[in-house]
Design a protein around this ligand. Structure first.
Ligand code: ZN
Ligand code: ZN
Length: 160
């Protein structure tokens, strides 16, 4: 039960175990936070308290792409060498490896709002796959809060 997130102050990536409640201090900016022990059903994000989370495969995107690219290059070469059967073997083999990897990896749960990434949890039926409309709503929210923060920074010296 690990959560990967970005420090709310300096954006540094961090990873903590939330099996039990934990006090966390950012090694870069000294930001302190306290995380409650995560409920195994993970009804809400322990980092920001948001209740809208989605699930996705805990599968590194680059690995899938690497398998695909290597298989493509290899099959083009074998095709040029008139190794028809080898070409098919590579294409089908890579698809099988990709599929097997996809099925063997577990799920991860991600927070729409802060992007906290939870590993080692069993997603409950409440965790749906990513929905674009929801993702877009949170993206707009992030842009707005970023604008507000910048406006606040610009006016801060005069205000104080
Ligand atoms: Zn920090
Ligand atoms: Zn969150």
């Amino acid at each position: 039960m690990d959560v990967c997130f970005h420090c709310p102050t300096c954006d540094r990536p961090a990873r903590v175990s939330v099996r039990t409640a934990i006090d966390w201090r950012c090694p870069t900016c000294d930001h302190r936070g306290r995380f409650k022990a995560a409920d195994p059903a993970l009804p809400c994000c322990v980092v920001c308290g948001n209740a809208e989370l989605y699930k996705q495969k805990d599968f590194p995107h680059w690995l899938g792409m690497t398998i695909l690219v290597v298989a493509c290059i290899a099959s083009v070469l074998t095709y040029l060498w008139y190794e028809k059967w080898l070409t098919w073997a590579i294409l089908i083999g890579s698809a099988l490896i990709d599929g097997a990897l996809y099925l063997s990896v577990g799920d991860a749960v991600v927070c729409y709002r802060c992007g906290a990434y939870y590993k080692g949890f069993k997603p409950s039926p409440a965790h749906r796959p990513f929905e674009l409309t929801l993702g877009e709503r949170y993206r707009q929210e992030r842009i707005r809060s970023e604008q507000i923060r910048q406006r606040g920074q610009n006016s801060a010296p005069g205000a104080r």
